[in-house]
Design a protein around this ligand. Sequence first.
Ligand SMILES: [Zn+2]
Length: 196
Amino acid sequence: MIGIADPSQAETDLASGTLTCPSCTGPLQPWGHARARTVRDHGTTTVALRPRRARCRTCRGTHVLLPAVVAPRRADTTAVIGSALLASARGAGYRRIAAELARPLSTVRRWIRAVRDPEHVEWLRVQGVLWLARVDRDVIADLAPQPTRLGEALTALAAAAVTLRARVAPHVPPWTLIGQITRGRLVGRPVPARPG
Ligand SMILES: [Zn+2]
C-alpha cells in the first residue's frame, strides 16, 4: 500500500514513471485498479474510491495507491477520525464525540483508545515535526505548547499540513495531508507494506 495525497498527481507520476516502488525504488507502472470502496465522510456523506494499482517494472511487485483521504481498513475518512481526535484533545468524552459525529460509540472508543498509547502519540508528533523540518524549520519553534500529548501531536500535524498546503499542495485538504504525513496510521498500529 502506498498512501497518496493527490490521486491525479499520482496518475501523472505513474504515467511518467516517476513514482517509485517502496520495496526496490524501481519505476511503477499502472496495473489496473483495486476493489472499489465506499467510506463514510462527515455526517451521512460518503466517498467512493477505486484505488489505482501499480506494478514495479523492476521487482514486479504490485502496490495499491490508496488516497490519503482514507486510511487502510477504516470505514471513515481521515477527516472524520481526525475530528474525533481533535475533540478528544479538547476534553470531549466518547459519548459526546460519537453523538456529534453520528458514529457508533464503539467506533469512536476504538479511535480514542489508539491515541491513549503514549508511544503512538509521540510517533504522530514526530511525523509532524519531521515534515516541518523538510518544508519550514522555523514553524517548529513557533508551535504553541498544548496541555496534552495528543494536543501537541495534533498541533504539530496541523502545522505540517498547513505549511505543506501553503507551499506544495494548495488543493489538497488538510486532513488528507495529515493522512499522508501519518501514512494512514492516525489511529492505527503500523501497517506493514505488502504487495497489493
Ligand atoms: Zn520494486
